[in-house]
Ligand binder design. Structure first.
Ligand SMILES: Nc1ncnc2c1ncn2[C@@H]1O[C@H](COP(=O)(O)OP(=O)(O)OP(=O)(O)O)[C@@H](O)[C@H]1O
Ligand SMILES: Cc1ncc(CO)c(N)n1
Length: 515
């Protein structure tokens, strides 16, 4: 739901972070600036506290004189129009009071408060005497993003023991303050990491908007809270839609956590990889649109397609089929059903690829599509050889498989190359995306117990397939460039419909095997 109170949406919103520092660059202001830039904003920073800390803990805190804090705040607001402010570590009472006074004079249209009290390392970052002032500050903000212990302190209650209790606490905090609360599940010992926007005063389409993604096995989570809240301020200032912002930010954060171990920064809890997409794109390895393309004033057509299916993608990662497949707890009959349907699907998908190759306007597109059709038949045969050999009899196409194939065959029969390409693309793109995530989670698992789907997961993420996906995306962008507006609209529709079928396809075993 678009928040109409936020009228001035900006392509590159100007975001101010008021927070403490982290000289190792993973948390506080340093993380905020990276997170703002990675999510398409222009970052600015006012330092509330200088913190001598690293990935292992906090050594000491220096708070500049309050008059100097005021000068920093005024220096920014006297000159720059601020689209959103993210407030982090405020350390003590007089800092909170100063920031509150500044807000009452120059409140930007959007204020996000991360009520920082304790660092990941367990060190305190807020004087306990200032807790009440922080509670009062929530009355002036749009979004507050406490972790589980902070939520409890703000309410004066015991920490939630599970996600249901955390949500109830979120509702109580929203009730008493009017603010939207982003309840975060990072601290709960659950296999997934749920987050939810909670507003009990009708400011969201539903009072609870939840997004849960699998927990990434990494100890490099330093500064996730700072990064999340500044990313939320940025994306909300760009889109004006809280639910969309959470979906987009969680998706980005998930990959930043999945790539965190590559950085090798520090010996404790290291930082997340804020710029993973930018780096992957410049290395030419990512099928995901790069930040630069996604945020430019003329985004590529494919980045529009990708954004269109943001929620569908998140729903895929939230499916029991996917989370159970990742953890190895998926029932064998569900897996067999999926594989048998996949083999059936691939047979017809290959013939639709061949049809697209006939329609393709260039020799290189014809080669690529014909080659993809051949590879697709190889994968189908391999599935029969290695996984489905023991199946007593060939299965029939289930309703989702049939529906998906009818959609593709109809696009083939209609004969519009651009629309057909868009309909074929999610099978490449979403599969590569799911494959990458499942593979990364598989590689970073710490359990030593045998994983029943190890052999399958090991081959799931494939560089050649990632390269083919990039090529399919590039072909789609090429045809979109010369397509009419009506054709582009039909391409978006065809792509989104296929994406929904990808979601239903992963969910079909649970819906149908158990029916
Ligand atoms: N291992 C993980 N895998 C996936 N998501 C995670 C993981 N750890 C934390 N998150 C996500 O990171 C965000 C921050 O959550 P968390 O509850 O850890 O906040 P925090 O304690 O304020 O963070 P910080 O580590 O900066 O103190 C949430 O979106 C949470 O779901
Ligand atoms: C400055 C600062 N803000 C927030 C946190 C919480 O991660 C931290 N460690 N340091």
């Amino acid at each position: 739901m678009i928040d109409r109170t936020l009228l001035a949406l900006r392509q590159i919103p100007r975001i101010l972070s008021i927070a403490g520092t982290d000289p190792t660059g993973g948390a506080g202001i340093q993380a905020d600036l990276k997170s703002i830039a990675a999510n398409g904003g222009y970052g600015m920073a006012v330092v509330s506290a200088l913190v001598a800390q690293n990935t292992r803990g906090v050594r000491s805190v220096h708070i500049p004189p309050i008059a100097f804090l005021r000068e920093q705040l005024n220096a920014v607001s006297d000159d720059v129009t601020i689209d959103a402010v993210k407030i982090g570590m405020l350390a003590q009472l007089d800092v909170i009071t100063e920031v509150r006074d500044w807000l009452s004079r120059c409140r930007p249209p959007l204020v996000v408060l991360d009520p920082v009290m304790v660092a990941t390392s367990g060190d305190r970052l807020l004087d306990p005497a200032a807790e009440q002032a922080l509670r009062d500050l929530i009355l002036q903000v749009d979004l507050v993003t406490p972790n589980v212990p902070e939520l409890a302190i703000l309410l004066g209650e015991r920490p939630a023991a599970n996600w249901a209790e955390a949500l109830e606490q979120g509702k109580r905090l929203s009730d008493s303050t009017g603010a939207t609360v982003l309840v975060k599940g990072g601290h709960l010992n659950e296999t997934s990491c749920p987050d939810a926007l909670v507003n009990t005063n009708g400011r969201l389409a539903q009072s609870v908007v939840e997004v849960a993604l699998p927990r990434i096995r990494t100890t490099n989570t330093h500064g996730t809270g700072c990064s999340l809240s500044s990313a939320m301020a940025t994306v909300q200032a760009r889109t004006g839609d809280w639910a969309q912002s959470l979906a987009e930010v969680k998706d980005w954060l998930q990959d930043a956590l999945a790539h965190a171990d590559e950085l090798g920064v520090g010996q404790g809890n290291g930082p997340i990889h804020h710029f993973h997409r930018l780096f992957a794109d410049s290395a030419g390895t990512s099928p995901i649109p790069a930040g630069s393309a996604a945020f430019s004033s003329t985004p590529t057509f494919s980045s529009t397609l990708w954004r269109d299916v943001e929620l569908t993608r998140l729903q895929i990662f939230d499916l029991p089929f996917i989370t159970d497949l990742g953890s190895g707890t998926l029932a064998e009959e569900d897996f067999s059903y999926y594989l048998a349907q996949d083999a059936l699907y691939l047979g017809t998908y290959a013939s639709v690829l061949a049809r697209a190759s006939e329609l393709a306007p260039t020799a290189s597109a014809q080669c690529f599509l014909a080659d993809s059709a051949a590879r697709c038949r190889d994968v189908e045969l391999e599935l029969h050889r290695s996984w489905l050999g023991q199946q007593p009899e060939p299965s029939e196409a289930g309703p989702v498989t049939t529906g998906y194939l009818e959609h593709l065959l109809a696009a083939g029969a209609a004969g519009n190359y651009a629309v057909l390409l868009a309909a074929l693309l999610p099978c490449f793109w979403l599969y590569a995306n799911v494959g990458d995530r499942l593979h990364a989670a598989y590689l970073s698992r710490t359990e030593t117990a045998a994983h029943p789907y190890a052999a399958w997961l090991e081959t799931y993420s494939d560089e050649e397939f990632a390269a083919a996906t990039k090529q399919a995306i590039a072909l789609t962008d090429d045809v979109a460039a010369t397509a009419s507006n009506a054709e582009r609209a039909a391409m978006r529709q065809a792509f989104a419909t296929s994406a929904r079928f990808e979601l239903d396809f992963f969910d079909a075993p649970r819906q149908l095997v158990r029916a």
